[in-house]
Design a protein around this ligand. Structure first.
Ligand code: HEC
Ligand code: HEC
Ligand code: HEC
Ligand code: HEC
Ligand code: HEC
Ligand code: HEC
Ligand code: HEC
Ligand code: HEC
Length: 242
């Protein structure tokens, strides 16, 4: 036999031998009993200590807080999201105490400005928004209503306001294009502002004969891309095209 074939046979022999050894000695005994996993894993996991109690349990002893919490805008943020896993505390309330996130850094985790969050999700700039004081001096964490109605659209639409501020439309107030009911600033989703729907709205300033400063660029409404609404090409909060 050629020596290279002998070597190959030895390699195969060793590989097969180790597989047989592994099958007999290394695979846990309950493997494969219920499927392609270790059947005893179910018991191992079930034997672990439960760390979360669930918010219904907290309500048994902290009735007033739970009631207030359930009636305000944090109602969908469970107690243990802020206070950490607290099953130990629920079992032995005076021995184990869950921490309360009093430091300023805790709230911007959800409320710090991030453009990927949905339009109007309550966001603030943690550096500029009433610095140094803990958030809970002004916002009760279990009833986090804003202390007063924000006056400016930018309180909730910061990205749009910042974009518009450096555009040719900087001088136009938001309400020139969006009729905004006062209620929108208190309960935004329940009463929405209007949005322009027709080309003629923009034509109100940009058509050749329209009133307004002569610096406003005019376009012929009948021929300037007449088949599309203007904001298909010009973002209204930053209308210039580069
Ligand atoms: C069996 C009753 C009971 C349950 C259930 C319970 N607590 Fe408490 N909790 C207490 C008592 C009593 C105290 C006051 C302890 C003290 O000050 O000695 C307390 C205190 C606290 C504190 C304040 C700790 C501090 O440092 O002041 C927090 C926060 C808290 N609980 C959160 C929770 C959360 C979250 C849950 C649900 C997972 C929960 N509790 C479930 C009885 C309970
Ligand atoms: C958004 C985060 C957040 C959520 C959700 C939350 N808490 Fe708190 N909780 C806090 C903060 C912050 C404090 C500290 C308030 C302070 O010291 O002014 C606190 C304080 C407490 C205290 C101490 C007593 C007090 O008023 O100082 C208890 C008890 C408590 N929370 C229970 C609960 C329970 C029960 C729930 C769920 C029904 C809950 N919390 C949900 C943030 C939260
Ligand atoms: C786990 C994410 C989360 C954390 C942490 C959190 N919040 Fe909230 N907060 C929310 C959600 C969700 C809403 C409701 C948004 C809605 O109704 O559209 C909300 C609403 C609010 C509002 C109401 C804004 C308005 O326009 O009326 C305030 C104020 C607020 N939170 C303050 C706080 C403070 C202070 C803390 C820290 C103690 C905190 N939040 C921590 C998720 C969070
Ligand atoms: C000195 C008081 C004060 C402190 C401290 C404070 N806020 Fe506010 N917050 C306000 C007021 C007043 C408003 C109403 C809107 C406005 O005028 O900016 C507000 C509005 C908000 C809003 C609503 C914005 C929206 O889009 O609806 C959120 C969320 C918020 N604050 C979170 C926080 C967080 C998080 C902290 C801590 C990092 C904090 N606040 C600290 C006074 C305060
Ligand atoms: C308290 C926070 C808040 C303030 C203040 C606020 N908005 Fe909004 N706005 C929202 C939220 C949240 C939405 C998203 C509603 C939705 O998608 O259901 C929204 C949506 C909108 C929309 C889109 C409506 C649609 O049909 O898609 C416009 C336009 C708008 N806001 C304009 C304004 C203008 C203009 C102002 C100032 C005069 C303003 N908003 C002030 C929270 C606010
Ligand atoms: C020149 C008119 C004009 C001005 C000024 C203007 N908008 Fe708009 N806005 C529009 C138009 C047109 C749309 C609809 C765009 C679409 O449907 O694609 C719109 C859409 C929106 C939307 C829906 C979400 C989005 O991004 O499309 C929001 C929110 C909004 N505007 C808020 C504001 C706020 C806040 C201001 C002031 C900072 C403002 N707008 C100023 C014309 C304007
Ligand atoms: C209330 C009047 C008014 C309305 C309504 C208006 N604009 Fe303007 N627009 C202006 C002014 C003012 C300028 C800046 C003129 C200048 O350069 O000084 C401008 C500039 C522009 C520019 C030129 C940017 C450049 O590159 O020079 C475009 C494009 C534009 N607007 C598109 C629109 C669109 C699209 C709409 C409708 C959603 C609209 N405008 C609605 C007043 C208006
Ligand atoms: C299909 C895309 C498209 C649509 C739709 C469109 N525009 Fe334009 N617009 C452009 C382009 C590209 C330019 C720059 C080249 C040019 O001057 O033709 C421009 C330029 C402009 C200018 C600047 C002209 C100047 O002299 O600097 C204004 C103002 C303007 N458009 C307003 C509008 C208005 C108002 C509407 C809706 C009635 C509209 N546009 C619809 C693509 C479009």
């Amino acid at each position: 036999m050629r020596p290279q074939i002998t070597r190959l046979l030895v390699v195969f022999g060793v590989a097969i031998a180790s597989l047989v050894v592994a099958r007999h000695y290394l695979i846990p005994p309950t493997f494969g009993k219920l499927g392609h996993y270790r059947a005893a894993a179910v018991d191992t996991v079930a034997a672990r200590k439960v760390k979360y109690a669930g918010h219904e349990v907290c309500a048994l002893c902290h009735e007033a807080i739970a009631k207030s919490h359930g009636a305000h805008r944090h109602r969908n943020v469970a107690c243990e999201v802020c206070h950490g896993a607290a099953a130990g505390h629920a079992d032995a309330p005076t021995d184990i105490k869950p921490p309360a996130p009093r430091q300023r850094a805790a709230c911007p985790l959800c409320h710090g400005y991030d453009p990927s969050r949905p339009t109007g999700f309550p966001q603030i700039d943690p550096v500029a928004h009433n610095p140094l004081k803990p958030c809970s001096t002004c916002h009760e964490p279990h009833a986090p209503e804003t202390p007063r109605t924000p006056e400016d659209c930018s309180a909730c639409h910061a990205e749009i306001a910042r974009t518009k501020a450096v555009s040719h439309h900087a001088a136009l107030p938001c309400t020139r294009c969006h009729e905004t009911p006062q209620q929108h600033k208190i309960n935004p989703t329940a009463s929405l502002p209007t949005k322009p729907v027709k080309r003629e709205f923009c034509g109100g300033c940009h058509a050749p004969g329209a009133p307004g400063a002569k610096e406003i660029q005019r376009v012929d409404m009948a021929t300037h891309n007449e088949r599309y609404v203007c904001w298909q090409c010009h973002y209204p909060h930053f209308p210039e095209l580069k």
